[in-house]
Design a protein around this ligand. Structure first.
Ligand SMILES: [Mg+2]
Length: 224
C-alpha cells in the first residue's frame, strides 16, 4: 500500500479563500427579476443549490466577459493566502479548493493571483456565444439534493491518501464536510453552528495567517 501523505488542506472558496462572496455578488449583479424569490427559497432551505442554479441561469444577463470584468474589480482574496500556500508547498502539504460556486470565476481568480496549480472542484457554467447557457454539477451527490458540489464526497475520496484532513470554511455548504474533517478552521456561520455543537478539532480563525501559524506551531511539518 502506498504511504499516506501526512496532511491535506481543503478550503472553501467564496468568503474563505476569497473574502468576497464572488458567486453571490456576480449572480446578484447579473440576474434580472426573480432573484429575490430564488435567494429567499435557498436561504430558508426550501430549495437546494442545484434547483436554485437551475432557476438562476434562466434569468442571467450579461456575457462571460462582463462577468469576469466585474469579478476582477470586486474580488478581495484573503491577503494571507499567498504566504499560507507558499508554506504548504514548502512543507509538502497538498491544498484543494471545494466550492458550491461556479468554475468560470474560481478559475479566473486563482489564475489572476498565481494559484493556477491548485486543484478545484465546483459547479460548471457553460456559455454559448459568450452568454450563460447552463449550470452543470459534475461533483453532485445523487443521493442528496442539497448541494451542487458535494464537498463531503471530495473529502472522503481523499481519506486513503492523507493522514489528516484540515478543513477551512465559512458557510452552510461547509457544515457537512467540516464534520468529517480532523481539524476545522471556521468563521462566520460555520463557526457559530459548529461551536454550538462543541465539535472536536474546531478553531475560530480570521485569516489564513492563523491557519499557517497553527501548522507552524504544531509541528505539521511533513518535511521534518
Ligand atoms: Mg463560503
Amino acid at each position: 500500500m502506498a504511504t499516506k501523505k501526512p496532511l491535506l488542506v481543503i478550503t472553501d472558496f467564496d468568503g474563505t479563500l476569497s473574502l468576497t462572496d464572488v458567486g453571490y455578488e456576480v449572480l446578484l449583479k447579473f440576474s434580472g427579476q426573480g432573484w429575490d424569490d430564488i435567494d429567499r427559497d435557498y436561504c430558508e432551505g426550501r430549495i437546494g443549490s442545484r434547483e436554485a442554479y437551475g432557476r438562476i441561469v434562466a434569468i442571467l444577463g450579461g456575457t462571460r466577459e462582463d462577468m469576469l470584468r466585474f469579478v476582477a474589480e470586486n474580488t478581495v482574496v484573503d491577503p494571507h493566502f499567498k504566504e499560507f500556500y507558499a508554506f504548504c508547498r514548502e512543507h509538502g502539504i497538498d491544498v484543494k479548493v471545494v466550492s458550491d460556486g461556479l468554475d468560470f470565476y474560481i478559475d479566473f481568480v486563482l489564475r489572476k493571483h498565481g494559484f493556477a496549480d491548485i486543484p478545484f472542484y465546483s459547479n460548471v457554467m457553460t456559455f454559448h456565444d459568450g452568454r450563460p447557457l447552463s449550470i452543470e454539477f459534475p461533483h453532485a451527490n445523487e443521493a442528496c439534493n442539497k448541494c451542487g458540489t458535494c464537498k463531503s464526497n471530495i473529502l472522503q475520496a481523499s481519506r486513503d491518501r492523507f493522514g489528516k484532513i484540515l478543513y477551512v470554511g465559512d458557510g452552510y455548504s461547509d457544515l457537512c464536510p467540516a464534520r468529517k474533517a480532523d481539524l476545522v478552521f471556521a468563521k462566520g456561520i460555520l463557526w457559530t453552528r459548529m461551536a454550538q455543537k462543541k465539535q472536536q478539532g474546531l478553531r475560530k480563525y480570521r485569516t489564513f495567517r492563523d491557519v499557517r501559524d497553527f501548522l507552524s506551531d504544531n509541528g505539521f511539518h511533513p518535511g521534518r
